[in-house]
Design a protein around this ligand. Structure first.
Ligand code: 0X9
Ligand code: ZN
Length: 380
């Protein structure tokens, strides 16, 4: 069935927009704003929404969206799982005194999940982690952490990087979902989100950003679904997937003092909780993350003037089992989800033109540095 990208607004009080996520329609929700939502739906879902009192306006057919944005240069400007491995290996081989490549696990289809450890000392007590690409179609979320690693290596002999690498370790795992990412490089599959697990009912894929073990599975809504065919399928149990287990085991081994995970799109800086609208109870933790998110927002805006809005995750929409709820809930460390460029579907959504990789990285550099400084320089 043809899939469309639509803008949805409410036309009556009996169907408020916020209720969209609570309707079990299996929607692929891209944006949720106070006055409208953007989502991908097939024709049956679109007509059901209309019957429920929503106005559904077609933005673009997925097919024309793909031909508009998925040009040749949009593909060649980005890494594949293989070129990422080659580039990470090169970085490690060329800089053995500060960089080391680790296989932290394997995907469902057997691809290595890689993390680069940067730092002079092994077993240092100050460590910070950057993750990318839990979601296959979010290609820019591979490039920003990769460029961060490359830039840290290039600036390793100058402060503040020199001091960070002496004092602690920076771990970068740019592609948590290599199978999904590879799949999005095949014709017609650019908008795949999940991993490539064969589910028991014959459908494919678990949403890796719903598979972490804090409050896992406690919601059953469109943005955190127990239906295997859905885009946000939480999986049969917490950490059922080798990709989320790889991150779990890395975090358990290294005991990071902070974790930042890149996604796209919408230009947001999100901090826990995601599973509830309640704010974090611990006022010190809450203030720490809220203030740091605000600092990152200002630092990002200072580079190219782009707004990345800092807010609690659940304000975007509620989900249970995401990465940062788990890293904060289990380990009590500052944890952020950064949604990268662009700001909206009309600017490309998940398909960011390759020419924007560099400016997107440039604006995120000072924010990533602020996070590293915060974690590595925190008083003991
Ligand atoms: O839905 C997600 O996993 C993230 N958005 S994305 O468009 N990259 O898929 C947001 C996760 C943040 N957590 C919550 N909203 N609870
Ligand atoms: Zn994502």
């Amino acid at each position: 069935m043809a899939s469309v990208i639509v803008r949805v607004t409410s036309t009556s009080a009996r169907s408020p927009l916020a209720r969209l996520v609570a309707i079990p329609l299996g929607l692929d929700l891209w944006e949720l704003h106070p006055d409208h939502a953007v989502l991908q739906a097939d024709e049956a879902q679109a007509s059901r929404l209309e019957a429920m009192g929503y106005a559904v306006e077609q933005l673009r057919l997925s097919e024309s969206y793909l031909t508009d944005f998925a040009t040749e240069s949009a593909v060649t400007g980005y890494h594949s799982a293989q070129t990422l491995e080659e580039d990470l290996r090169q970085l490690a081989d060329d800089n053995p005194e500060i960089a080391e490549l680790h296989e932290i696990g394997h995907s469902v289809e057997g691809r290595p999940i890689l993390a680069l450890r940067l730092g002079e000392r092994r077993g240092s007590s100050r460590k910070v982690a950057f993750l990318g690409c839990h979601h296959a179609r979010e290609w820019i979320s591979v490039e920003v952490p990769f460029l961060l690693a490359e830039d840290l290596v290039a600036n390793a002999s100058a402060d503040p990087v020199r001091e960070w690498l002496q004092r602690g370790e920076i771990w970068v795992a740019p592609m948590v979902n290599p199978d999904g990412h590879e799949f999005t490089r095949t014709p017609g599959n650019r908008l795949w989100r999940k991993n490539r697990r064969r589910n028991r009912d014959g459908t494919v894929g678990v949403d890796l950003n719903r598979n972490y073990g804090y409050m896992w599975g406690t919601l059953d809504i469109d943005t955190s679904s127990h239906t295997p065919a859905d885009e946000t399928y939480v999986g049969p149990r917490a950490f059922s997937e080798p990709e989320s287990r790889a991150v779990r085991d890395l975090v358990a081994r290294q005991a990071f003092g902070g974790v930042l995970t890149y996604h796209s799109y919408s230009q947001l800086i999100l901090y826990p909780w995601g599973y509830t609208d309640e704010p974090i109870v611990d006022e010190t933790d809450h203030r720490e993350m809220r203030d740091l998110a605000g600092d990152m927002q200002r630092l990002i805006a200072g580079v190219h003037g782009e707004t990345y809005t800092a807010q609690q995750s659940s304000r975007l929409y509620p989900t249970a089992g995401d990465t940062t709820d788990w890293t904060y809930g289990e380990y009590d460390v500052p944890s952020f989800t950064v949604e990268l460029r662009p700001a909206s579907a009309l600017e490309g959504g998940f398909i960011l033109p390759a020419g924007q990789i560099q400016p997107c990285w440039e604006e995120n550099r000072p924010a990533a540095h602020a996070f590293i400084g915060h974690v590595l320089e925190k008083p003991a």
